[in-house]
Design a protein around this ligand. Sequence first.
Ligand SMILES: [Zn+2]
Length: 672
Amino acid sequence: MLTTPVILCSVALSTPPSLATVSHHEIDAILFPDTGRIEVKDSIDLTSSQVETTLYIGSSMQIQSVEESEGRKLDFDVDPSEQPGFSLLRWTGAVSSRIVVRCTADFAPPAEGTEVEREYQAMEIAARIGPSGAYVSPAAGWYPSGAEELARFSVALTVPDGWLSVSEGRRVSETSTNEGTRIEHSADFPVDGVHLCAGPYVRGEAFQGETRVETYFFEADTSLAPTYLQATVGYLERYEKLYGDYPFTRFAVVENFMPTGYGMPTFTLLGQRVVRLPFIVRTSLGHEVLHNWWGNSVYVDQSTGNWCEGLTSYCADYAYKVDLGPAAARRYRKDLLKAYADYVSLERDMPLAEFTGRIDLATRAIGYGKAAMVFHMMRARIGEEAFDRSLRWVAEAHRWRKTSWSDFFDAFEQVSGRSLEGELEQWVERPGAPHISIEHVELIGPVSGSHRIDLEIVQREPVFSIDVPVRITTADHVIDRSVRLDGPSTRVSISVVNRPERVDIDPGYDIFRRMHPAEMEPTLSQFFGDPGRTAEAYGALRSADGAKALVAAISAPDASGEGREQDARAKALLTSKTPYPERLPPEAVYDGSGRLSIDGHVLDPENEACVLALAGPAGPELHIITANPEQLAPLGRKLSHYGRYSFLVFQSGRNVVKGNWSVDYSPLSYGF
Ligand SMILES: [Zn+2]
């Protein structure tokens, strides 16, 4: 699954006292893809309380002139600043509040053969202009900025004939000039920065009510446009019903020459490989559309924690699982808890209040996963109807405002009339998760026609206050109760008429908690979550290039550290031998002729590779099995994306089987 960060420019985080404030930019820029050059003219409206005006400008920018609007040139200086990548632009003696700054930069790609292939590489790049396309972000400092958090922008970009450009806001005009095509966008809402995206695009168009829906795809992918347009219209309708009017007049899906997955106000920028993945229209596209409510119009106050990825994941990715049915939704919640257990050790944990954006699987398990579960639990506390009304209220009342977790909790309390005292503190402001166990269970009776279950539930320190679902199953009934845990130990007695057969604590994974190892089937995430994991090839694979490449790709970078030899740690075995039958869960069996069958699929070791996550004597094991080492090479960049699965089969790098071992034991269940 691909998920995507909202890019939030943090230029103004530490503000020198003398910075001026810019309220409006009117930008006219020209792009030269052949040389990587950009020429920018920015007419800014500013207020400065000082004789000397000081603004930030990207250190890559060459300042050509600073003028008053009447054309009078001002002397200026460019000095180093404390913000990496930014300089200070200063001048004195300005009379008017409208100043024109002209500057240029060279954002050409470094050299041939340095194509950006991985998402984490693309995230490091603030600007790039070349023959295949242009991407210029606020992090490049391509226009001057001051102490303001938000400003309004009008951006006209001239691109070569045959190219199109996209920026935040609505498209105002598109005219032919001597230098190419001049396309003007207007962000007539306050925004924390604007991007330039341009390339040899073909535009597709549809409407959802008054909202213009657009695709900007490369020629080779135009056949995908109708699918994207139709799906986007559907998402806009879905979310307008829930959270009120779409805040803008345009939404565009823009294909990028770099592998990005960004969501900006009014558009999303998706890498070409991503656009071509068939499941994106059912998953990430809706997530990006929804960011226009959560994150791109109701802004995140980063100083108190980024709530928008958790909320967007909950109302998009998770909601689409709910559409598929209760089993898919339960599986998704379990995967969130498992990811937290596998990737977030006690040392790596942090409060949601400190999450700003994902940098790895651990921060993702917190900022996306835990945050989504916090919204899930609050929805259970106040009810579905009050929850939806609260979100709609926040979407409307907090539009264009920096918004905190506490604003959501306030809305939940006011709309539902229920007290949520302590919830913000325990879920957002401190790290961790409840760890719950059954300490004692006893069945008494029948007495006077009813059976009584005496139950003691305990939790480790630090304790949480939680309503825990308890399910009692009789021969013909399922009875769901809720038990309030307020301390380290809680005793309850539950009476039922028919004889209970079993009792289960949180059987639906509705509470964010640290799972017991016994609840979790082995999955690839247990291997990838171990910072000391190793990989080794055996037998004929030992000398094969494909196996060597895979070993290098999946081993931990620091796995050879001293002292690690003695530790129990995760290990991957690359082998042509299948495991002994007694080591295999019921989903993997040998048929009469000794062939391994996984979830009904008979493995063909000459043309396939299979990956099995198993519990080993010294830690999690990954068995990667094939007779043909060429099957291994394509797996290096793929396997870590399949962390939630127990077994996988690939044919030449294409996944054909995936699934999870069933678990039939939980320390949170008891059978009578
Ligand atoms: Zn997102």
